[in-house]
Design a protein around this ligand. Structure first.
Ligand SMILES: Nc1ncnc2c1ncn2[C@@H]1O[C@H](COP(=O)(O)OP(=O)(O)O)[C@@H](O)[C@H]1O
Ligand SMILES: [Mg+2]
Length: 394
């Protein structure tokens, strides 16, 4: 097929031509905006799932809908070791300065800026805030992130309410928040909903964010609607594959669809990559199973060189040994005791490596005493990468 018309879009956060199977998520976001705008407090949304399932795409969609609903939005992407206070300050500053708050709600706008200035006082090497205004002493400057974030978001919410412009903060890669940051976000949401202020959060991250337990979990669940984002079910996966080509009057034979969906297991990133290569391979319409089989080789090569590669490059030698041991066992989830035994070590000895792998976003704990990769089919990749034999399935 004509490579210049290729309708597939593998890439982090790249909007697919057809956003398939996510109507429930889109409806939930839309409802959140409409209700909060109407003064009815709602739980903020927390999307969680493996890499490549389409969380960032959903956040981008949430941004578009927010704008349609008249919201002022800031989009943040967290990273390992990020200065959360500084990032939040930057985002809130933009929201305050960009909004027409000063025309419609001068007093509230100014007092929010004063709270923001106080919030930034404690930031070492933080962003330079040239706000020609006095800090609101005693607010948002305690050094305790939880209470400071709450003060800041209440001030922002009051400015938003009196100016008639609801605001939203979209936070991607939220698994990089430390415990303090997460607690702060939850506490701020709590106060915002108690006061019915027009501020919403829509967050996305790896599954470890849902791993809170006990009281922390029930508290978080009262304030955040935790929504798993998973691989697409068969009908939605079929649409994700055949829909983009159909827009160009190109079709797949049923056995080609079957083949690609079996291999990709409905993971959106893989579907885009396979679709792209099947399109490139095919000489005629429709795209056949033979085209799909050749595309498998090309798509795998492309995924290894990008999607998987960028992850493995961030692991140290010791961490790679850990990942290789997991892959050698087979497919997950993995009992931690089995991984330790495989490495000829005790469970306690692999504890530190396990903790850094979780922090770096390679693995997560699907349940107590187990771990699994945060990237689908990473075990297959790791066996290719480390030249390991296929495990013998029993
Ligand atoms: N619902 C969907 N239908 C079709 N393709 C999708 C869908 N969601 C995501 N994709 C595609 O999957 C890839 C990964 O999406 P992304 O949002 O970056 O995933 P995540 O943030 O979960 O790692 C992108 O190429 C995107 O175009
Ligand atoms: Mg993402």
């Amino acid at each position: 097929m004509d490579p210049y018309c290729n309708p597939y879009r593998p890439g982090a956060g790249t909007r697919p031509l057809i956003l398939s199977g996510r109507q429930a998520e889109i409806d939930a976001v839309t409802k959140l905006y409409k209700m909060v705008k109407a003064g009815a407090p709602q739980r903020s949304i927390m999307f969680y799932g493996l890499r490549g399932v389409g969380k960032t795409v959903l956040l981008n969609e949430a941004e578009r809908i927010a704008e349609e609903e008249g919201y002022r939005i800031e989009h943040m992407e967290l990273a390992e070791g990020i200065d959360f206070r500084g990032e939040i300050a930057k985002a809130v500053r933009k929201l305050l300065l960009r909004a027409n708050m000063f025309e419609r709600a001068k007093d509230f706008g100014i007092s929010a800026l004063r709270v923001l200035k106080a919030f930034t006082i404690g930031i070492p090497d933080g962003p330079e805030f040239r706000l020609d205004i006095d800090a609101a002493l005693g607010q948002a400057d305690s050094g305790d992130l939880k209470s400071d974030l709450t003060d800041l978001f209440v001030a922002l919410g009051e400015a938003a309410r009196s100016s008639g412009t609801p605001v939203g903060l979209l936070i991607d890669e939220v698994q990089y928040l430390d415990e303090d940051g997460l607690a702060g976000l939850i506490a701020a949401s709590h106060r915002i909903s108690q006061r019915a202020l027009p501020v919403v959060f829509v967050c996305a991250g790896l599954p470890q964010i849902a791993a809170l337990s006990g009281d922390a979990r029930s508290y978080a669940e009262r304030l955040f609607d935790f929504r798993p984002v998973e691989n697409l079910r068969r009908d939605a996966a079929t649409e994700a594959l055949v829909g983009p080509a159909r827009e160009r009057d190109v079709h797949f034979t049923p056995d080609a669809v079957e083949h690609i969906l079996d291999i990709t297991e409905g993971y959106p990133y893989f579907i885009q990559e396979f679709g792209k290569h099947a399109w490139e391979q095919a000489l005629a319409n429709p795209i056949t199973k033979v085209d799909a089989e050749i595309a498998r080789y090309e798509a795998t090569k492309a995924l290894d060189a990008s999607f998987f590669k960028v992850r493995i490059d961030r692991a140290t030698t010791g961490e790679k040994r850990f990942l290789a041991a997991m892959a050698e066992i087979g497919s997950g989830p993995y009992r931690i005791a089995d991984v330790a035994a495989h490495m000829h070590k005790k469970v306690e000895q692999i504890g530190p490596a396990r903790a850094t792998l979780i922090r770096k976003g390679f693995v997560y704990a699907p349940q107590h005493a187990f771990i699994d990769f945060t990237v689908p089919q990473f075990d297959q990749f790791a066996r290719r990468f480390f030249n390991l034999d296929e495990p013998v399935e029993d």
